[in-house]
Write a protein that binds this ligand. Structure first.
Ligand code: CP3
Length: 386
């Protein structure tokens, strides 16, 4: 399939796919989380033309345009579909709005009554609602440079559930954690539904032309308490091979709420698309948590948040582990010598190892475009191509 043709002679050379297959490339291929966003004047112009943020997400013409903008400007080696993790609650029938300057607002799922009103997994209305996203992926694969890796994505179940329950991005996710304690089986059912829907969502993105997918666990640092030791919690995760969890084990909160549901999504994707390449970005999981992502979820790569000592993580995991990211978005705002030093630190920590260059979280609106140029010039200096 296309996804494995990265090195076929005369075929496209998708360097991000090559790294995801385990190859170390120098300098590492690069992209940025939130690379299509408000720091770009051309994004702000298209956003104003499109109307609301969700109109932008569901309009293939506009969504393709903003996805391509950072590729034209910076020649990133990967392009990420423009959409949002919250189109899934929206497709399930929850009201989702993006309030200017305040972020997402959902009608909070406070108990079983709201849960019962959501669409069941398998309701054809869910993927009918998401059809513009697949159309955007198809058009992107046709319009992108052949060497550019196209990434699809979704949010991890815990992160998406936390927005669905809290109705917004609460700093400590208190509503979601409280509901998980008060009505654990309800939150389990919600996570189960998200696992099923997001598995199909990512399979459909891959079939529409995405080369690889990233799962965003942005709230791995704020989880409900673990259940008592010895409690059997998780359905078998399928063929996650020898990296799978033991069938019954003491699992901490990270496994129970984050890694196990992600592992079920990944096993489900691989059952349908055996050679799918999958990145898991796990923010707030700490050094040990980051080291556990690949073995516990079956992912091909771990996306590293900015708080982690990348050198220490690389020393902690096998040399074959694929890592991605880690430049602090604030250092990108700062620019200058601090930014050059941050780029050099990533290169030093990952020399000879499979790594994809990225930030440790999304680029923020106040970032000067010139600093992105500086970062890429530093990364690519002395390299003959690009
Ligand atoms: O990375 C990309 O360029 C692809 C598009 C993308 C967006 N959101 C566009 C967006 C992706 C991959 C996301 C993921 C996403 N969305 C996450 C996980 C990654 C992370 O940042 O932790 C989360 C938690 C969300 C939910 C979300 N969407 C929030 C909290 C916000 C508001 C915060 C903000 O930056 O305004 C959004 C809105 C959003 N999603 C914007 C963009 C470009 C800004 C909205 C605008 O243009 O008005």
């Amino acid at each position: 399939t296309m996804a494995t043709q990265g090195t076929v002679q005369g075929g496209p050379d998708r360097k991000v796919l090559r790294v995801l297959a385990g190859e170390a490339i120098s300098p590492p291929p690069a992209w940025m989380m939130r690379q299509a966003g408000r720091y770009l004047p051309e994004y702000r112009a298209t956003r104003a033309e499109a109307g609301s943020f969700l109109d932008l997400c569901y309009s293939p013409d506009f969504a393709v345009e903003v996805t391509l903008q950072p590729i034209r400007r910076f020649g990133f080696e990967a392009s990420i579909l423009f959409s949002d993790i919250l189109v899934i609650p929206h497709a399930l029938g929850q009201d989702v709005r993006f309030v200017e300057g305040e972020g997402p607002r959902l009608d909070p799922l406070e108990g079983r009554a709201e849960f019962e009103r959501l669409r069941q997994a398998g309701d054809p209305a869910i993927f009918a609602h998401l059809e513009p996203v697949f159309e955007t992926v198809r058009r992107l694969r046709a319009e992108l440079p052949p060497d550019t890796t196209l990434l699809g994505f979704c949010g991890a179940p815990w992160t998406v559930a936390s927005y669905m329950i809290g109705g917004r991005g609460t700093p400590d996710l208190a509503p979601a954690r409280a509901l998980a304690e008060a009505d654990t089986s309800l939150v389990d059912e919600l996570i189960d539904r998200l696992v099923t829907v997001q598995t199909e969502y990512l399979v459909r993105q891959l079939r529409a032309g995405a080369d690889a997918v990233q799962i965003f666990e942005s709230h791995a640092g704020t989880l409900p308490p673990a259940l008592p030791a010895g409690t059997a919690l998780v359905e078998p995760v399928g063929d996650v091979s020898d990296s799978a969890l033991p069938e019954e084990t003491e699992q901490d909160a990270l496994s129970r709420w984050s890694f196990a549901p992600i592992a079920r999504i990944i096993a489900g994707i691989r059952a349908a698309v055996p050679d799918a390449k999958i990145i898991v970005f796990c923010r707030g999981a700490g050094l040990e948590g980051h080291a556990r992502v690949v073995p516990e979820t079956g992912a091909d790569a771990v996306g590293v948040d900015w708080s982690i000592d990348l050198k220490a993580l690389r020393d902690r995991v096998p040399a074959t582990t694929v890592t991605q990211g880690n430049v602090h978005p604030d250092t990108l705002i700062e620019g200058g010598a601090a930014l050059d030093a941050a780029v050099d630190a990533v290169l030093d920590a990952t020399r000879g190892l499979p790594h994809i260059f990225n930030l440790g979280h999304g680029i923020t609106p106040q970032t000067p475009v010139a600093h992105v140029e500086q970062m890429l010039a530093r990364l690519r200096r002395g390299s003959p191509s690009s």
